[in-house]
Design a protein around this ligand. Structure first.
Ligand SMILES: O=C(O)CCC(=O)C(=O)O
Length: 225
């Protein structure tokens, strides 16, 4: 009997990462016109400049972020209950399409805006407590094409690079976040912005005294200050 590829994502290819990873890439999930329209809309959102503390010193993280989530997913941080911004209709429609294509469920979107090739994201795994135990992430890229790098957390560190073009989709299925990490390195010469939308499923986690989950302890921000 022939093996049925998971997920049933037409037009996608599974990346040859190796043991412990289940990553799929669709180079043109959105048409050029759809990607152009969504990028134009994403350029109207308000993004925050987050700060990170590295070796006792505070720095701006080298990108801007916006967070959207369904109602009821407010989280408590340093004693403050933060309410999420609901997904705008463009993201809600894209979510429905992604859910149908991947057979996964998402209730939130993290948008990262890279202003140019100097903006980047350091090595990390998306393994915060609020993502639960089975973590699936669907990531849509808009704007400037950039290299996305993956490597195993252990064992030789041989990795894989993939070019994420305007309108492409990358799906990282469980157990990728457990065994692999990823980053988006700076790229000299890139002048145009890039917006990356990661669709996630989060669960309500109460944080106490500003204590973060797994990522805060290991640090998505580590090495990028
Ligand atoms: O911009 C990207 O493609 C990577 C985003 C990412 O790694 C994240 O949001 O955790």
């Amino acid at each position: 009997m022939m093996a049925v590829p998971r997920p049933p994502l037409e037009g996608a290819a599974q990346l040859p990462c190796g043991v412990g990873a289940d990553v799929w890439h669709h180079p043109a999930f959105l048409s050029k016109a759809e990607a152009d329209a969504l990028l134009k809309h994403a350029e109207t959102w308000s993004y925050a400049q987050e700060r990170v503390r590295v070796f006792g010193r505070e720095h701006d993280v080298p990108r801007l972020t916006a967070w959207f989530a369904d109602a009821g997913l407010a989280y408590t941080y340093s004693g403050l209950a933060l309410s999420p911004t609901p997904l705008p209709p463009s993201l809600d429609q894209l979510r429905a399409r992604l859910q149908a294509a991947t057979r996964l469920t998402f209730n939130s979107v993290l948008a990262n805006r890279y202003r140019d090739g100097r903006d980047k994201m350091g090595w990390h795994a998306d393994d915060e407590l609020e993502l639960g135990d089975e973590i699936h992430i669907a990531s849509i890229s808009l704007g400037a094409s950039r290299t996305f790098r993956l490597r195993a957390k252990e064992g030789g560190r041989r990795g894989l690079d993939i070019e994420l073009a305007h309108g492409s989709l990358l799906v990282m299925r469980h157990p990728t976040q457990r065994h692999w990490e990823h980053c988006l390195p700076a790229r000299a010469g890139v002048r145009n912005p890039r917006v990356n939308l990661t669709f996630r499923r989060i669960f309500q986690v109460r944080r106490r005294n500003g204590q973060g989950g797994r990522r805060a302890a290991r640090g998505r921000g580590a090495g990028e200050g």
